[in-house]
Design a protein around this ligand. Structure first.
Ligand code: NAD
Length: 469
């Protein structure tokens, strides 16, 4: 990628000046020249990405610590290792993925060649958020490269240190004519989106997702939207409370709760709540000690804006666990809220922080009705020792992904599509699904130029016998 100066004023003397025109032309020319199409080119770029991760591992971990105080273990498994796994998979399977797929033929095409060609879209755009600033930029990039596209990367301006690394270090590992980085926030992104792309991959909030979708509609550009929302977590009476508490606490407080697939709230009966609370307190103490603020294993909130938003939510219901905060450090304690009402602010927006409300329901049917009344979430979880209960929740609800008796472990599986549905997004990726997302599947039928003797029976003038054809 090459660094593009941020445009502050794109209107000079009322004349539209497109600050990205040169960069996009460079990428367009590179794509049109066909240089991204050979497998060898794609493999070289993927190996470049792999070296970027390998040679800069310490820098990347330090950068994630600067932006989010990410514990090294969390950063390593959720940002670096997942990307490395994706790259390895793409390197090992690229030739197979790229191959034309033969398809079944009907009677009249028996002598022809029928297949699906996996075609790169062209010049694509990847816009990513700040919570996993490396993962959410590179995971789509792996598939975009594998599928043979040119790419403009727009990292989040909020994870500032990582934005700098993406602008300054990553370009050393990729072809500069085919990959570019655009820096900046909403203002720059708005101008960028006025340009025509062949495909847009956006990860972020539903609010901005709508803006991206409407910009894409101008050119009918195909898109993937990876959005967020409130992920319900149903806990059945028939469960091992400590086991559930360990799993829920880990994936709720991982990255200080700033995870799109984290459980947003628990639904359970009051009796189960009473068993879960001491178990959750136990899990928090085991993980982060008696004073979680002193723990090196708990991240911090990304910005003052998000810190103040979250601190405001701490006053909803009653903090049965945690509830403390420290503005200086942007620290919010791992918190569990009880006596929360459906109408409280904490239940109106995606929490995106280390706060876990528990809402009481009388039965599984009430929990399912509660979930179905709301937007389709990105992820949905159900915990029970009884597999019938887990399957009932699965069967009677809809969500981007589903986890039975655990958290976001499905994110580690390259064989699993990841993505939202409806309000939580559209399209899917991870593993080969990312290659597919960035490829147009072109149905091709190559017929013989001969055999007109057979084909001509379809032409007019039609006789009564044609009706039976
Ligand atoms: P955001 O929507 O505010 O920003 C995402 C990206 O869009 C950033 O790069 C930002 O600069 C850009 N942007 C902001 N305003 C824009 C505009 N007007 N036009 C074009 N681009 C604009 O999201 P965020 O705060 O960075 O991230 C948090 C959200 O992302 C949460 O809702 C979370 O659930 C979601 N998320 C989803 C996934 C997923 O995989 N589905 C992963 C992580 C985060």
């Amino acid at each position: 990628p090459s660094r593009i100066p941020c445009p502050h004023d794109s209107l000079l003397n009322n004349k539209w000046v497109n600050p990205y025109a040169d960069t996009l032309k460079r990428l367009r020319d590179a794509f049109d020249s066909g240089r991204t199409r050979p497998a060898e080119f794609r493999l070289i770029q993927l190996r470049g990405l792999s070296r970027f991760l390998n040679e800069n591992r310490k820098l990347l971990l330090d950068t994630l610590a600067q932006d989010l105080s990410k514990p090294a273990f969390e950063a390593d498994i959720s940002e670096i290792i997942l990307c490395e796994t994706e790259i390895k998979l793409a390197l090992n399977n690229l030739h197979t993925w790229m191959k034309d797929e033969r398809v079944e033929k009907n009677l009249v095409t028996q002598l022809d060649s029928a297949f699906i060609r996996k075609e790169p879209y062209g010049v694509t755009l990847i816009i990513s958020p700040w919570n996993y600033p490396l993962n959410l930029l590179l995971m789509p990039l792996v598939g975009a490269i594998a599928a043979g596209n040119c790419v403009v990367l727009k990292p989040s301006e909020i994870s500032k240190s990582m934005e700098k690394v993406i602008a300054e270090v990553l370009p050393q590992y990729l072809d500069k004519n085919c990959f570019a980085t655009v820096l900046g926030g909403p203002q720059e992104a708005t101008i960028l989106l006025k340009n025509r792309f062949d495909y847009i991959f956006f990860t972020g909030s539903p609010r901005v997702g709508r803006i991206v979708m409407s910009a894409a509609s101008k050119y009918l550009t195909p898109i993937t939207l990876e959005l967020g929302g409130k992920n319900p977590c149903y806990v059945d009476d028939n469960c091992d409370p400590q086991n559930v508490a360990n799993r829920v606490a880990w994936f709720r407080f991982f990255n200080a709760g700033q995870t799109c697939v984290a459980p947003d709230y628990i639904l359970c009966t009051r009796e189960t709540q009473e068993k879960l609370l001491p178990a959750l307190q136990n899990a928090v103490t085991q993980f982060y000690g008696k004073d979680p603020q002193g723990s090196p294993d708990l991240g911090r909130i990304i910005s003052d804006k998000h810190f103040h938003r979250l601190r405001g939510l701490l006053g909803n219901g009653r903090a049965a666990i945690g509830g403390q905060s420290d503005e200086q450090e942007r620290y919010i304690a791992p918190t569990v809220l009880v006596d929360v009402k459906e109408t409280d602010p904490v239940m109106q927006e995606e929490i995106f922080g280390p706060i876990l409300p528990i809402l009481n329901v009388q039965s599984i049917d009430e929990a399912i009705a509660f979930i179905r009344k709301r937007e389709k979430p990105l992820a949905l979880y159900a915990f029970s020792k009884n597999s019938k209960v887990v399957n009932k929740v699965l069967d009677q609800t809809s969500s981007g992904n589903f986890g039975g008796n655990d958290g976001f472990m499905f994110m580690t599986m390259t064989s699993m599509p990841f993505g939202g549905v409806g309000h939580s997004g559209m399209g899917e990726y991870h593993g080969k699904f990312t290659f597919d997302a960035f490829s147009h599947r072109r149905g091709c039928l190559l017929r013989s130029p001969y055999l007109e003797m057979i084909d001509k029976i379809r032409y007019p003038p039609y006789s009564p016998g044609h009706q039976r054809l």
